[in-house]
Design a protein. Sequence first.
Length: 482
Amino acid sequence: MNISALTTDFYELTMMQGFFKNNYNPKVVFDMFYRTNPFNGGYALFAGLDQLLEKLENFRFSEEDIDYLRTLNMFDDDFLEYLSNFKFKGTLYSMDEAEVVFAGEPLIRIHTNLIDAQLIEGMLLNTINFQTLIATKASRMVIASKGSSIMEFGLRRAQGDDGALSASRASFIGGTKVTSNTLAGRLFDIPVSGTMAHSWIMSFDSEEEAFRKFAKIYPDNCILLIDTYDTLGSGIENAIKIGLEQKAIGKKIGVRIDSGDMSYLPRVIRDRLDEAGLTDAIIVVSNDITEEIIQALVSEEVPIDLWGIGTHLVTGGFQSSLNGVYKLCAKEGKDGNFIPTMKISNSFGKTTNPAIKQVWRFYDEKLGALADLITLDSEKIVEGKDYTFYHPFSETDFFKLKQNKYTSIKPLLSLKMKDGVRVDDKKDLKQLQKIASENLEKFHKSYKRQINPHIYKVSLSRELRMLKRELVSKERLKMEKE
């Protein structure tokens, strides 16, 4: 199924026509990276690659798309004819999906012509930024829960149906166990879950009747919502009554709390359930839960078995987006060789790293990640040597990693698409979730803590640092002469 190539910012099309009219369409290389770790955290979890590759293979202008562009009276017929035959034929290198990544690192590297590179920018960033943000958020919640299950219940709070589907997918990669989104369950093979709303209980003459009818229909999935009227009064009393009836036939129940004090209520409810002999009944909580709330309740040893989370998971909570960008790093010169390019800014954080690059991760003897080194792609990085790691912005900050301090090195960017055709093996979400969990385990817990995480070192090689300084110096001299 084709994906409309109108999924692009309008200025991309105006620039593209400008290049087309000037017969200027050199080969280029673009990097996609993000500038700061989300949620004031120590890392991000890369997600969205599989869907990006699928979109790139099917990115087309339909006849209706071309007809629409013609009505805007901005584009000439020869350019529209060019667009009507568009098919992405570029080559893409990328981190593996579900990899742990950091600010400033190229996550994706696109090799194509200038016109095509411009067209795909908006779609690429839209796909990767959102899913990486949500996968990271989910992983933070899973880490905060210390092993108890996170359930993604975000459909009604997500930004549209596409946002909801993408959030369900990314959340599962990040470690959630189920989704409430039935379509996401079908499309991505994610386990689905859900029991009752307050409206179920309010539809019957009594809370007890509502609980009993539900238990009769769903004896193996009986989670009773106990806060419709009086959580510690009728709610828990009726739940215990139904729970004892279920126990008599070899079944068990759970209770869900969707309001009130999430530190106090679960303690009281746990005691009441245990006193009634329902020690195997589980407690589920929901109600605008964040990773900070999870961490606090877990540290207080509040007896909560499952967490139902919607808003703060599928929207990113207080961080609405990942600040991922897409920047030109090299372009073809008249002699056919690639010329390094970079964006130079008065703000260090917006000055980019030039040239075609690779990222290398160094590991200790237990496969624990030590540091990442961004290099020129042409550099030969081999084990058994000492390496110097230079700070991306500071002129004086560096450290040396001796050969006896690491045991292995891994390149993180690998070929995923060649000449517009996907070449990597597609992984299902369960595989990606497992890989994400394994990758996170390679990092010390100090990098993953919620507040004031330790900063993982992402550095430049000597050659890349020298090239960057040279280009900055040339540009400043040029500006001084002007």
